[in-house]
Write a protein that binds this ligand. Structure first.
Ligand SMILES: [Zn+2]
Length: 255
């Protein structure tokens, strides 16, 4: 039987170990000012179930850690009360945009939507960074909006897919409820110079302990995939498994 991973218990252990090894843990908005430090950029993509993200934010807060939470504009993610609470803890919030998919590939309409949606966030807090949502089942790649427009015009300083130095910063994500999921991820891929592979959160913790973990890392969490309840955990695992099968089929098709 597979041992349980992606629980809030192991998350705490991971964050604690990063702190113990004196990584500077920062939200993405601070990356450009800390490019030469030993850093962990703590990123969370709130695809859905924002309450889980609030739980992450609270855990981090108790450890004196702040990170970035990218919320989508759709109702399964954008929850004003939760956004406000996360901001009040000192975390950064940013827009997890998907406007090109929402506008069905119409660039002008997508950019109008993008600006309108950004305003919704700025009612709560000034936004400095944004990050695309992968829209895995849509044919539109949301990043392509920036072939025609510039996010820097709207006061945004950075977008991870464009502004992260992939040669220096190791990128790791729990996409598909695994840490070695590049095979099943369609768009959440970053070309980089690293070949490190971690199968489980336990492997990552061991690597940090042994000082073999990279010096600069962007961690991307999807809090909705993490839980403490056994029932929750197994149903999420079943859902992810079937989603991964669908994604594998799509990956094969677009290769
Ligand atoms: Zn997403």
């Amino acid at each position: 039987m597979m041992s349980r991973d992606f629980t809030l218990e192991i998350l705490k252990e991971l964050l604690h170990e990063l702190k113990r090894k004196e990584y500077k843990i920062i939200p993405f908005k601070d990356y450009l000012n800390n490019k030469n430090e030993k850093i962990i950029i703590l990123r969370h993509d709130v695809d859905k179930l924002p309450l889980r993200s609030l739980m992450f934010a609270e855990i981090e807060k108790t450890l004196d850690i702040i990170g970035t939470y990218y919320f989508r504009i759709v109702k399964e993610s954008f929850n004003t009360d939760i956004l406000k609470k996360i901001v009040s803890m000192g975390h950064e919030i940013g827009y997890h945009y998907e406007d090109l998919a929402l506008a069905n590939g119409n660039y002008e309409k997508a950019f109008e939507l993008y600006k309108k949606h950004l305003t919704e966030f700025e009612k709560i807090s000034k936004v400095k960074t944004i990050c695309m949502h992968g829209s895995p089942l849509s044919k539109w790649d949301n990043r392509k909006l920036w072939e025609k427009y510039s996010y820097k015009d709207s006061g945004i300083v950075a977008e991870p897919y464009f502004d992260l130095d992939k040669e220096k910063v190791f990128y790791i994500t729990d996409t598909g409820r695994r840490w070695d999921g590049s095979k099943v991820s369609i768009r959440d891929k970053v070309n980089s110079s690293f070949s490190n592979v971690y199968k489980s959160t336990r492997d990552i913790i061991e690597s940090i302990k042994e000082n073999t973990f990279p010096e600069q890392v962007m961690f991307t969490f999807h809090p909705q995939r993490w839980s403490d309840g056994i029932i929750d955990w197994s149903s999420e695992m079943i859902k992810q498994k079937s989603k991964n099968i669908i994604k594998k089929v799509i990956v094969k098709r677009i290769k």
